[in-house]
Design a protein around this ligand. Sequence first.
Ligand SMILES: [Zn+2]
Length: 283
Amino acid sequence: MTGASYNGYGWADRTAITTAYRRGDAGPGFTFAGKPCGLCGDPERPAGEWHSEDYSRPHSFVAPQSYPICKACHLRLHKRFNRPAAEWELFCRHVDAGGYGREFAVFYPLPQRDALCRRIADGQPVELSRPRDRPPDPAWWRSLTLDPESLEAPWARPRPLRPRPDAEAYRHAIAAAAPTEIERRILCFHAAAPRRTVTMRDVAREILEKSDPRAANLAYGRLARRIGERLNFEPDRRDDGSFFWMSVIAEGWQPPNSSRQRREYELVLIPVLAELFASCCAN
Ligand SMILES: [Zn+2]
């Protein structure tokens, strides 16, 4: 896993939480040692093995951000992007049936596993061993995406990388910034976009009825600045040291181009703003 991104966090963000844990940032007396696997429930797991879904600051060492985990579950969880979707589904059903992660390969040797995966992929029922009753915990791993883009994309982060102000602070700042009708529609459009993600070209075309993304850059950037100036939050800086005002509203990233598609810079709306503007889009 060395060097790999996960849930929109780079390797540096991922190692920072490990350092923080070793430093004792989880609080006096807190340890992952002695706790059962937060996925399969196996009580016999290596004391130092744990997994985070969320590496944003402030670091959290408890669910739903971080979990004690066994080696087998940890491996499967990270391998889910490189294996057929049916294999992750089979593993989850094995856990649903009360199986421990380490029992998966024992119960289902490769040829049998492949046959079961084929049945799952075909939508056929499969019969699995039920070694023990499963406690009715919320199965957080069931909602994990299999989209490899989630490894890098900010939309996969449960929280923005850097903490943003709370909903109340945003509400006040937006009220003071007095968005125009068009600006309000831009925010609503962004909040309603799949994965809270738009390009400036999307905004220009859908809201400003223009083909040039620079029109959206100007309009949205101006709004972001007016809101940002009314918040106690320092925006990200560009390489030249100037403020990137859009970071008040969104986290940006450049998705990789594929052979079929050239992709533009994407902006992922901060979750708290998506919630604030979700209701107005419904009207
Ligand atoms: Zn486990």
